[in-house]
Design a protein around this ligand. Structure first.
Ligand code: NAD
Length: 323
C-alpha cells in the first residue's frame, strides 16, 4: 500500500488533499497544530504536533513515505499578510517548518516531497498594472516580493532546490495563486477575497451594502480547490521539479468578483470602497509552462467554483451567531 504524509492537514488545502489521497487508496498520515475545523479528517493517522520542533518532524517521517506534501505555514489573506504586524511570526514559523521537514525527509531518505510556494514571490515591480501583470516562472529575479511571506517562500524554494541538487531529493515546487473553495477560512481574519466577499454578501440584507478594500480595480485570479489538487498530484508524480505556477488565468477585478457573488446570491447591494491592506495591483497565473510540461492546465470557469463556495459560506453564516 502506498503511503503519504500531509503536513498542514488541519488546514484548507491539506485537509482536502488527505481526502483525495484516501480516495486513491493511500495510507495517509496528517499532521497539524489542529484538527480540520469544518469536517472530520479521513487520515489513517493524525498527529497533533508542532513542525517547528525538529523532534516532531523526525517522528512524522518514521517510515518510508512515497509522497510527502508540505502545506504547513503561518499564513492568511491580505488582512494577515500585508499589515506588517505578523511578519516576524510568518518568517520564523514557516521557515522553521521547512528547515525541519526537509532535513527530516533527507535523513530518512524520503525522496519525493511537494512544497507549496506562492505567487507572492513574484516581484512587485511586475505587478503594478492591473491589466498586464507578469508572473512567468522565470520573472522572479531580481527578487522583490511585496511581503515577508513572499520572501520566506522564496528562501524555502531555494532550500528545496538545494536539497534536490545536493542530495538528489525529488522535490516538487508549485507556486499557488489564490486557491479557494469550501472549508477554507471565511471569518477568522485569515480569509482571502472570495471567502470574504461571499461572507459579506451572505450576511447583508438585500438593498444594503458591502465593504470592499481599495477601489476594487485590483486584479487577481482564483483557482478552485479541486483543480488545485489535480494539478498538484499530476505535478508531484511527474518527473519535473518546477517551480511552476498552479493557478487560474481567468483574471478578474475584485469588483467583478463581488458582482459575481451578488449575482449568485440574487442580491442587490451597494459596494462601499474603504481603505484596507491590498497587496499588488494586478496578478494572474501564467500557465504556459505547466501546459508545456504537463500537458495540463485548469479550465473550470471561476463562476462554477464561486457557486459552490457561496453555497457553503451561506450555510456557515446560517449556522453561526454572527448574523
Ligand atoms: P491553511 O492556513 O488553511 O493551512 C496551513 C496549516 O498549517 C494550518 O492548518 C496550520 O494550523 C498549519 N500549521 C501552521 N503552523 C504549523 C506548525 N508549526 N506545525 C504544524 N502545523 C502548522 O492554508 P492553506 O490555504 O491550506 O495553504 C496551504 C499551503 O499553500 C501554505 O503553505 C500556503 O502558504 C500555500 N499557499 C496557499 C494559497 C491559497 O490561496 N490558499 C496560495 C499560495 C500558497
Amino acid at each position: 500500500m502506498k503511503k503519504a504524509s500531509v503536513c498542514g492537514a488541519g488546514g484548507f488545502i491539506g485537509h482536502h488533499m488527505v481526502s483525495s489521497l484516501k480516495d486513491q487508496g493511500f495510507w495517509v498520515r496528517g499532521v497539524d497544530l489542529k484538527f480540520p475545523e469544518f469536517s472530520e479528517t479521513v487520515a489513517d493517522d493524525f498527529v497533533i504536533g508542532d513542525l517547528r520542533d525538529q523532534y516532531i518532524c523526525r517522528q512524522i517521517v518514521d517510515r518510508k513515505f512515497n509522497e510527502v506534501y508540505q502545506f504547513a505555514a503561518d499564513m492568511g489573506g491580505a488582512g494577515y499578510v500585508f499589515t506588517g504586524e505578523n511578519d516576524a511570526d510568518i518568517m520564523h514559523n514557516s521557515g522553521m517548518i521547512n528547515l525541519n521537514m526537509l532535513e527530516a525527509c533527507h535523513k530518512r531518505n524520503i525522496k519525493r516531497i511537494f512544497y507549496s510556494s506562492s505567487a507572492c514571490i513574484y516581484p512587485e515591480y511586475n505587478q503594478m498594472e492591473p491589466d498586464n501583470p507578469k508572473c512567468a516562472e522565470d520573472s522572479v529575479y531580481p527578487a522583490e516580493p511585496d511581503s515577508e511571506y513572499g520572501w520566506e517562500k522564496l528562501f524555502s524554494e531555494r532550500m528545496y532546490l538545494a536539497f534536490h541538487r545536493n542530495y538528489g531529493m525529488e522535490v516538487r515546487i508549485a507556486r499557488y495563486h489564490n486557491i479557494f473553495g469550501p472549508e477554507g477560512s471565511w471569518n477568522d481574519g485569515r480569509e482571502k477575497a472570495p471567502a470574504a466577499i461571499c461572507r459579506k454578501v451572505a450576511m447583508a440584507d438585500n438593498g444594503g451594502e458591502i465593504e470592499i478594500w481599495g477601489d476594487g480595480k485590483q486584479t487577481r485570479s482564483f483557482l478552485y480547490i479541486d483543480e488545485c489538487l489535480e494539478g498538484t498530484l499530476r505535478f508531484t508524480r511527474s518527473e519535473w521539479t518546477g517551480p511552476v505556477n498552479i493557478g487560474s488565468d481567468e483574471m478578474v477585478t475584485i469588483n467583478q468578483l463581488a458582482d459575481m457573488a451578488l449575482d449568485i446570491a440574487g442580491k442587490k447591494l451597494t459596494k462601499k470602497h474603504i481603505e484596507g491592506p491590498l497587496g499588488v495591483r494586478g496578478r494572474n497565473s501564467d500557465n504556459r509552462l505547466i501546459e508545456e510540461k504537463l500537458g495540463w492546465g485548469p479550465f473550470e470557469p471561476l463562476r462554477n467554483g464561486m457557486e459552490k463556495t457561496y453555497k457553503w459560506i451561506e450555510e456557515q453564516v446560517g449556522d453561526s451567531d454572527d448574523r
